[in-house]
Ligand binder design. Structure first.
Ligand code: PLP
Length: 398
């Protein structure tokens, strides 16, 4: 009989020649369970999605309650659907006053697309500046602002009038001019292997955008919802974006994205012509109730409070001759090794021991540590023991 794994390889489109192939039966809290009953601690959070852990009961209850009311009704922006209204209200209540209008979409890439279009419409300009090593999604528009030529060259021509600056290089900020519609930047660069901007850089970037009338789009698709020790990563810098991009942890495990701006800015999409950006499923009711419930969990359980302490614990335990550096903020961390061979071997060893770690799209020499924020100190100690043993065994074998 053909196995599920064989069917997966045969019938489901593949994104690489070496998929992970874990076959998961169930997930709960910080653990995944495979079909053999083996337990895995998830140090990746489904790529920064499961900040409150997998299948949090409050989220599951909210989803179940919505299933008895309605699913999809009509395209985004027409009917008054309570899940999206309540979720937007809650999001706005925890954001700065200027970010008071939410456009719900389905994914991170769509949030990027919507924001780029909005910046062009609002400013009447075409120039977009992005950063080398950035990742904002995989659709054509998002790919156009991705800072890695390797992934782009086969898909050209892409969007015109896009240029790149080096992340954290204040001297390059004068490339932002009166013709620049927007700068799009990850508040903390994720796929670059977790690169944290300096405070001075972020302040100078905000100031330069103000000077030139350029909209500052901050992509917190990976960094928001407590991951960096603040509810939103821009709070670490005391600045505010003009457009904020959210997805991943936004839905508490359900698919949803959003771009959030000031009401005056967002108004540019609604007329002349109307329907400047539309989506059938954006703000899906089940995703919105899940997202609202997830945000309630983060706030009510004060999950952000201990994030920095937990990040510090990882840093203090992960001391090993093979570790060159640990970068990051809060529980958005990367362990810098020397080469991909090490990263691959350590990840494989850890998986064998029931621990899931991964690497980065633009940085194969570092390992990703992004556990659910609910991880306990004891669980961090267990995880680090496995990582250190993996490093020891690699060192012995090589
Ligand atoms: N922006 C950032 C910073 C991301 O990390 C990602 C996904 O990894 C995206 C955008 C794209 O999100 P999605 O995969 O939901 O399209």
């Amino acid at each position: 009989m053909i196995t599920l794994k064989e069917l997966f390889l045969k019938n489901n489109a593949q994104t690489s020649t070496s998929p992970n192939m874990l076959e998961i039966e169930s997930a709960s809290g910080i653990y995944l369970y495979d079909t053999q009953g083996k337990r895995y601690m998830d140090l990746v959070s489904g790529f920064a999605v499961s900040n409150i852990g997998h299948r949090h009961p409050h989220v599951i209850d909210a989803i179940k309650a919505q299933l008895d009311k309605f699913l999809h009704l009509t395209v985004y922006g027409e009917y008054v659907q309570s899940p999206m209204v309540r979720f937007a209200e809650k999001l706005i209540s925890v954001l700065p006053a200027s970010l008071n209008n939410v456009y719900f979409v389905n994914s991170g890439a769509e949030a990027t697309e919507g924001a780029l279009k909005l910046a062009k419409r609002f400013t009447g300009r075409t120039g977009i500046i992005s950063c080398y090593q950035s990742y904002h999604g995989s659709t054509h528009g998002a790919l156009s602002v991705m800072g890695n030529e390797q992934y782009k060259q086969k898909y050209r021509p892409l969007l015109p009038d896009v240029s790149f600056i080096h992340f954290n290089e204040t001297s390059e900020l004068d490339r932002i001019t009166e013709t620049t519609a927007a700068v799009i930047i990850e508040t903390v660069q994720g796929e670059a292997g977790i690169r944290v901007a300096s405070n001075d850089y972020m302040l100078a970037l905000r100031a330069r955008c103000n000077e030139t009338g350029t909209l500052l789009i901050m992509d917190e698709i990976q960094a928001a919802f407590g991951r960096t020790g603040k509810l939103f990563a821009f709070e670490n810098y005391g600045i505010e974006p003009d457009i904020l991009l959210l997805a991943k942890a936004l839905g508490g495990g359900m698919p949803i994205g959003a771009f959030i701006a000031n009401r005056d800015v967002m108004g540019a999409l609604k007329e002349n012509p109307i329907l400047g950006h539309i989506t059938t499923f954006g703000g899906h009711p089940v995703s919105c109730v899940a997202g609202l419930a997830s945000l309630e969990v983060i706030l009510n359980e004060d999950l952000v409070k201990d994030v920095n302490k937990k990040g510090e614990l990882f840093r203090s335990l992960l001391i090993h001759p093979l570790i060159k550096e640990i970068r990051g903020k809060g529980l958005m961390l990367s362990i810098q090794l020397d080469n991909f061979q090490q990263v691959e071997a350590i990840s494989k060893y850890c998986a064998g021991q029931g621990l899931i770690i991964d690497w980065f799209l633009h940085c194969e020499t570092a390992m990703r540590i992004a556990p659910p924020l609910i991880i306990t100190e004891e669980q961090i100690q267990d995880a680090c023991k496995i990582i250190l043993t993996a490093l020891d065994s690699f060192q012995e074998a090589n």
